[in-house]
Write a protein that binds this ligand. Structure first.
Ligand SMILES: C[S@@+](CC[C@H](N)C(=O)[O-])C[C@H]1O[C@@H](n2cnc3c(N)ncnc32)[C@H](O)[C@@H]1O
Length: 693
């Protein structure tokens, strides 16, 4: 059993809380919702609104002052200052009955002070002044969410230019702004990319006990509370005693939701086997606001490394199976020429090593650029399972949908982060990619990875490799076999290692994994779809595309232009694409997995270079033999089924190379409908064909 102090239990009864967090959050929003008149609203109705609000507030004040609750002489500041000495027997009887564990800040909610604040919020702001109570969304309606302090931070930021502040206040606001930026960029990427059926309910935060970390912790909790799925937040401290300082602010944040906040000591954590969370944020090593680098001596560095491994392993055990993820800081991103860069890089890789050693299957990093700092902070996200990284690779609209559906109130709580920000974070920095293959001590990347991914062509396409434009190619009757249909030939001599039609392959049609997933589901669950015209999209991918699983989820790519018509070179006659020293007839199908040479993914957890360049690798075709003018260009189809259909792909090739009809050929000759093809053949198997030119 975990030793833990529960400061906040579900508030039921007295608070009007019904136990459903979404309902409660909505209810609170409704309580705090206020209307901002759009510019188009006439001045007269605006004045009318002020008048109406004043009358309502006046009467509300009368009602409140005559009620019992105003007898409680507590204001927000009273509450804050008395937090550590609070005892439940000091509560007025009626509230104790309502909820024995009610935090006393609930009293301020009931008190006149709180009601008055509510009324003040009803006052529409003057048009030429920044809002101090919320974030104006599209000039029409706005609401403050459960995380009012987050909205306060935003409004503080918005008042930078307009309000006459002294230096100290300006500095304070700037700090709040920077903090919120960091908090948003740490919390949202990981929560937004949790799998749809494994959204985060339980989350743990580890921060050290520096004074300035208290505000950081409060802000992180505010951001986390934005998520409808969150049920339980654990704050992990050295001892339970350490929670005392921050607890007042924190419990205030969750007071009206049914999220449970709990303080957990590190000791109790290591002795507990039942404690499970979906996400852990380990931010005690983040150097966000001071710019000092703490140089460790060798012994310190070694023990730090051992601790890291232990910590990560411990969290690996406590993370929920399937989708558990860990977020931590990787350190500053120093420029390559910086005098401390090597040492720094060594430290970064040690952390990555520790994560890999703790069994994390996929690791990505992204940079948070802090205006005041010389360099960026690298954040690393590690997942227990290898398919989670695919969630990190969605498009802007998909992220936007998630922001919309997962957050209670994105418009008032997010000042910096949105779906477009997420897109900008989904690729690791060039800095980390460049550094990855550099030899530092024992942290060399595996040699084959360096050869195939890092050093091959650097970033982008290699300027020293010749590109043969599609104008130099033509389509003719293939010489691959009787039923091989059309093929691609060259008008010019092509040297070994040339690119083919880069100018068109960059326009390849990529069915990203969510799209592939969608149409495969449609075919599985709505079989009639296979015989509709809509299925042409599927036929196109099946007949002319090739599969990859760069992030362990199958997706298809179809080349544009005439390169679509490249046929497979049977019996090792391929002269472009993947080079293999085995053929479809000699390859060992009992391997059970696709050979490394045909892999479209790199099977180690952390590969920033590949992550950045994946689309390039998937859309690029190069020759590996010289090809003379007039010769047919052959591809190597053996990898086209991806990992999941590797065996079926090779078996299909064996048949086609023995003279049987290929998929599109059957389709075009009317010998099969696609539903049959899907049954007898396999998804992603072969490119189509016809012998009728
Ligand atoms: C991408 S298409 C290639 C262009 C195709 N030949 C056409 O005319 O549209 C793939 C199809 O070509 C056929 N094909 C490719 N290579 C072949 C080969 N070596 N022998 C027989 N058929 C082949 C298969 O039928 C496969 O479905």
């Amino acid at each position: 059993m975990l030793t833990a102090l529960t400061f906040q239990e579900k508030l039921q009864g007295g608070s009007g809380n019904n136990g459903d967090p979404i309902e409660n959050k909505k209810k609170q929003q409704q309580q705090q919702m206020w209307i901002v008149f759009p510019d188009a609203v006439s001045h007269r109705s605006f004045l009318f609104h002020i008048l109406l609000s004043s009358i309502v507030c006046f009467w509300m004040g009368r009602i409140v002052s005559s009620s019992e609750t105003t007898a409680i002489p507590i204001t927000s500041s009273d509450v804050l200052s008395s937090s550590s000495s609070f005892h439940s027997h000091e509560l007025p009887p009626q509230i104790v009955t309502a909820s024995p564990k009610v935090p006393w800040n609930y009293l301020s909610f009931l008190s006149g002070a709180s009601q008055n604040n509510h009324c003040q919020q009803q006052q529409p702001p003057a048009f030429d002044e920044p809002s101090l109570n919320g974030w104006i969304s599209n000039g029409s309606v706005t609401s403050t969410s459960a995380t009012t302090t987050a909205a306060d931070n935003v409004s503080k930021m918005s008042s930078f230019r307009n309000v006459d502040l002294n230096e100290e206040e300006k500095e304070e606001q700037e700090l709040a702004s920077r903090m919120q930026y960091f908090q948003e960029l740490v919390v949202h990427p990981v929560l937004l990319t949790m799998k749809e059926d494994h959204q985060a309910e339980r989350i743990a935060i580890i921060l050290d006990d520096d004074d300035d970390k208290e505000d950081m912790l409060t802000g992180l909790v505010q951001q986390i509370l934005n998520y409808r799925s969150i049920r339980h937040i654990f704050v992990v401290k050295e001892s339970l005693q350490d929670c005392q300082d921050t607890w007042t602010d924190l419990s205030q944040l969750v007071h009206s939701s049914s999220v449970v906040m709990e303080c957990v000591s590190k000791d109790s954590l290591s002795s507990s086997s039942s404690f499970q969370v979906d996400v852990v944020l380990i931010l005690d090593d983040c150097n966000v606001f001071d710019n000092h680098d703490h140089d460790d001596d060798d012994t310190q560095a070694e023990s730090k490394q051992n601790n890291l491994e232990e910590t990560f392993r411990l969290w690996f055990q406590h993370l929920s199976p399937g989708s558990g993820s860990l977020v931590t800081c990787l350190g500053e991103t120093l420029p390559l020429h910086h005098p401390r860069a090597s040492l720094h890089h060594e430290e970064r890789l040690e952390k990555i090593d520790a994560l890999e050693d703790a069994d994390f299957q996929r690791i990505v990093e992204y940079d948070i650029r802090l205006a005041h700092s010389r360099y960026a902070q690298s954040i690393v996200v590690a997942w227990k399972d290898e398919t989670s990284l695919a969630q990190w690779r969605m498009n802007e609209a998909q992220y936007a949908l998630r922001v919309h559906s997962r957050l209670v109130d994105p418009s008032s709580s997010l000042a910096w982060f949105d779906s477009a920000t997420m897109v900008s974070l989904k690729y690791p920095s060039k800095h980390s990619a460049l550094r990855f293959c550099e030899p530092y001590g024992n942290h060399l990347a595996p040699e084959d990875i360096c050869d195939s991914v890092c050093s091959e062509a650097g970033h982008g396409y290699d300027p020293y490799i010749e590109n043969i434009p599609v104008e130099d190619l033509y389509v003719g009757k293939s010489q691959a076999g009787d039923h091989s249909g059309r093929g691609v030939f060259t008008k010019v001599d092509i040297p070994t290692n040339s690119y083919l039609g880069l100018e068109t392959t960059v326009h390849s049609i990529i069915y990203e994994w969510p799209t592939s997933d969608l149409y495969n589901n449609m075919l599985d669950f709505v079989p009639v779809f296979a015989n509709t015209k809509g299925n042409v999209v599927f036929v196109f991918a099946e007949a002319y595309g090739y599969a990859q699983e760069p992030w362990n989820m199958p997706q298809e790519t179809v080349m544009s232009h005439l390169l679509n018509f490249l046929n497979h070179g049977c019996n090792g006659t391929a002269n472009s694409g993947d080079f293999t020293d085995v053929t479809e007839f000699t390859i060992n199908l009992d391997l059970g997995h696709i050979p490394d040479a045909l892999q479209s993914k790199v099977d180690i957890p952390y590969v920033p270079h590949f992550d950045r360049d994946q689309v390039k690798f998937d859309t690029m075709t190069q020759t590996f033999r010289p090809i003379n003018a007039g010769e047919e260009i052959y591809d190597n189809y053996m990898s086209f089924g991806g990992e999941s259909h590797f065996r079926q792909m090779v078996e299909t090739l064996r048949q086609e190379c023995s003279g049987s009809f290929g998929m599109v050929e059957q389709y075009q000759k009317g010998r099969a409908v696609v539903s049959d093809i899907r049954k007898v053949s396999v998804p992603n198997v072969s490119r189509g064909g016809t012998d009728e030119l």
